[in-house]
Structures are given as structure tokens and as C-alpha cells.
Design a protein around this ligand. Structure first.
Ligand SMILES: *Cc1c(COP(=O)(O)O)cnc(C)c1O
Length: 397
């Protein structure tokens, strides 16, 4: 059976170019870039080139790039750095959103326990965070605004440039978790007014365990890992040269191909949305147009998302019920609850995140498989039967 991988928001397949770029550094070019001998200096040169390439893709300067172990670490370091700076100025308030990734939300929780106060803005029903609401939430003692570039579950693309302008006008640091955006959208830290940004290689066909914290020149960072003086003292530990080189190659390729890939994905995404909208009592989650070209997310009343996933897997379809991080837990997605889906409905969610290899035939196969499976699951659901018998009201129209 052919396997259709539609879980690219969880992770992507590495590109051939990224693998080929890495191979020499896993094999013969293994030296430590801190070593003074020529082999070490060759590794240092690869590191320098990778930093330049990553910076160029973001519209940043090489010295503003810190290599990390991934998006989570970069988010943690960005927020904890802004908090440490705020603390020194007596500013202990942070504005963020209810739909952030747990790398952000859990870091904010930790700061709350240390006495910070956090305002989590609710999104509109379409998942958009209005810049006016960010503006209204900023106080005299606000040290940081953190709003993600694009949501990993419902694919909503946030008005980052407008929020960046608000933060700049109010003199507040702006962090954006851009893990779902970099390589897929035209991210430019200077034009977007971003001071701190997190990205992750494995979300754009690079290796897992590699990411970047962009920190605008002049924004002081605290280090999460103490040790050697790597990354200008901001991230100790011998650099993961193969992964860093692979990440830079993947990012350059993703930025080069972005427009072409998006032009291919957009009609496929819309075909999926149209097809799945025909399922009775279904609802698209997130905005219809302000969304990633790869993202489709639906709620189907009367079913369990987990059962749907397992049955789709048997039909060769790899999908997700939301975020890879919350799957396995019984709580419905915090993102779906934040956009106002009731618990019962939030449990019946499906996220498809398509990639370059997805075809029109795949879309039609997925639409048919989801439609059949939802109908089957409703057929064996006592709750659905009660709704049909009029003993309980339907929730979705
Ligand atoms: C995947 C993801 C992360 C975490 O990145 P890792 O590299 O896996 O640590 C953070 N934020 C968002 C929005 C993500 O999608």
C-alpha cells in the first residue's frame, strides 16, 4: 500500500541536498571547530558559512545567529533572556497568546512561578491575534511580547509585521516562534520588526536536533547551558557541525523553492478543504485564507480524533489530531479550545499537513478515506445515535 505522509507540521523528510551537505561532516570532516589545527579550522569555516547562509535567509547579520538544539531550546532561551532583562529594569509582565506551542507556554508558566505576570491573549474565532489587542495588553512594566508566526495546529498566519510595529512603537521586545513559518513564508526579521526568533531545521527538510535563535544585535542573551565559549558564550557545547551544515543547506533550498512549492500546495490544500467541508457537521479550524499553504485542520462532530487517526493509518494515511506533543494525552488541544471549540468537538479533530510530494490523487484518496471513516465511526457512536434520534442537540451546524 502506498503511504501518504500528511504530517509535515510534526516533522519533514530530509531533503537530498541537506543529506549530501551533511555527509562529509559525519565522515571525514569530523574535527572540532574550536581546534586550532587545519582540520579544526575547516570545520570552523563550515560553521561560519552556515551562519552566513542562515542569516541571509532571515535578513539578519551572522553575529545575530545562535545555533541551538532546536525550536524548543530557542524559544526557552529567547523568553528567559527577555525576562532576565526585564527583571533588571523592574519589568515583570509578559504578553503572549493562548495558542502558543508548549515550548513557549511552559516557559511562561515557569516565569509566573518566579513572580512574573503573564497575559495570554485569546485569538479571534479564526485563530488570528489582533494587533490592537496586543497594543491594549502592553503595560508600563511589559518586558516582552511573544506571538508565534504561524500556528502549528490550525496553520493560522499571524499579523506579525503589524504586531512588530506595535512593539517597536511601545519599546517592548518582540519574540516570535517562527518554527512553522521559516522556510515556508517570506520571514524577514528586520522588516517584520522581530527582536528574537526561533526556528527549527526539521520543519523545513533539515535534520532533527538543530535550530536557531535569532537575537537582534544589542539584545543580551542568558545561556541555558554553561560550559565552553561556543556561540559567543551564549550556548556552550561542541557545535553539531553536521546538523548545522544540513540545516543551512535545507534552509537555502527551502527559501529558493518556497514560492514554487507554495503555488503547488495551495490548490491541493483548498481541494482538501472543499472536499472535507462536504462532510456533514464538520468545521474548518483556523482562517480560510490567512493560513499556511500546507495546513488543513477540521473538527468532525461525534467522533474521536484518535480513532480516526488509527483507521486512517490503516488506509496508509499519516495524519495528526493536532500537535505531536499533546497526542497521547486525553486533553483536547488548547488551541482548539482557545478558538472556541467545545470539548466534545475539539476531541474530533484532524490535522493534515501536506508536503511537496502530495498530489491531486492523494487529495482525492484522503477526502474519500476521511469521509468513509468519519461515517463509520459515527455509525458506532452512541452519542451520534442520540443526536440523530433527537435526544441530544447537535453542536456543529
Ligand atoms: C515543532 C515546533 C516547536 C519545537 O521545535 P523542536 O525543534 O522540535 O524543538 C516549537 N514551536 C512550534 C510552533 C513548532 O511547530
Amino acid at each position: 500500500m502506498k503511504r501518504i505522509y500528511a504530517d509535515n507540521a510534526a516533522t519533514t523528510r530530509m531533503s537530498r541536498r541537506a543529506i549530501d551537505a551533511m555527509l562529509p561532516y559525519l565522515d571525514t570532516a569530523y574535527a572540532n571547530p574550536s581546534s586550532l589545527h587545519s582540520a579544526g579550522q575547516e570545520a570552523a569555516e563550515a560553521l561560519r558559512r552556515a551562519r552566513e547562509e542562515v542569516a541571509a535567509c532571515l535578513g539578519a547579520e551572522p553575529k545575530e545567529i545562535v545555533f541551538t538544539s532546536g525550536g524548543s531550546e530557542a524559544d526557552n532561551q529567547a523568553i528567559l533572556s527577555a525576562a532576565a532583562l526585564g527583571e533588571r529594569k523592574g519589568k515583570r509582565h509578559i504578553v503572549s497568546t493562548a495558542i502558543e506551542h508548549h515550548a513557549v507556554l511552559h516557559t511562561l508558566k515557569k516565569l509566573e512561578k518566579q513572580g512574573f505576570s503573564v497575559t495570554l491573549l485569546p485569538p479571534r474565532e479564526n485563530g488570528v491575534i489582533p494587533p490592537e489587542e496586543v497594543e491594549r495588553a502592553i503595560r508600563e512594566d511589559t518586558c516582552l511580547v511573544s506571538v508565534m508566526y504561524a500556528n502549528n495546529e490550525i496553520g493560522t498566519v499571524e499579523p506579525i509585521r503589524e504586531i512588530g510595529a506595535v512593539c517597536r512603537a511601545r519599546g517592548v521586545l518582540f519574540h516570535s516562534d517562527a518554527v512553522q513559518a521559516v522556510g515556508h513564508l517570506p520571514v524577514n526579521v528586520k522588516e517584520d520588526g522581530i527582536d528574537l526568533l526561533a526556528l527549527s531545521a526539521h520543519k523545513f527538510h533539515g535534520p532533527k536536533g538543530a535550530g536557531v535563535l535569532y537575537a537582534r544585535a544589542g539584545v543580551p542573551l542568558v545561556s541555558l547551558i554553561e560550559g565552553g565559549a561556543q556561540e559567543r558564550g551564549k550556548r556552550a557545547g561542541t557545535e553539531n557541525i553536521p546538523a548545522i551544515v544540513g540545516m543551512a543547506a535545507a534552509l537555502r533550498e527551502a527559501c529558493e523553492k518556497r514560492e514554487e512549492v507554495n503555488a503547488r500546495l495551495l490548490p491541493l490544500r483548498d481541494r482538501l478543504i472543499e472536499g472535507l467541508s462536504r462532510i456533514p457537521r464538520s468545521a474548518l479550524n483556523g482562517d480560510r485564507t490567512a493560513r499556511l499553504p500546507s495546513n488543513v485542520n477540521f473538527c468532525f462532530e461525534g467522533i474521536e480524533g484518535e480513532s480516526l487517526l488509527l483507521l486512517l493509518d490503516q488506509k496508509g494515511i499519516c495524519a495528526s489530531s493536532g500537535s505531536a506533543c499533546t497526542s497521547g494525552s486525553l486533553d483536547p488541544s488548547h488551541v482548539l479550545l482557545a478558538i472556541g471549540r467545545p470539548h466534545e468537538v475539539a476531541h474530533g479533530s484532524l490535522r493534515l499537513s501536506i508536503g511537496e510530494d502530495f498530489t491531486e490523487e492523494d487529495a482525492d484518496y484522503v477526502i474519500a478515506a476521511v469521509s468513509e471513516t468519519v461515517a463509520y465511526l459515527r455509525g458506532i457512536s452512541p452519542v451520534w445515535q442520540e443526536c440523530l434520534a433527537g435526544k441530544r442537540p447537535f453542536i456543529l451546524p
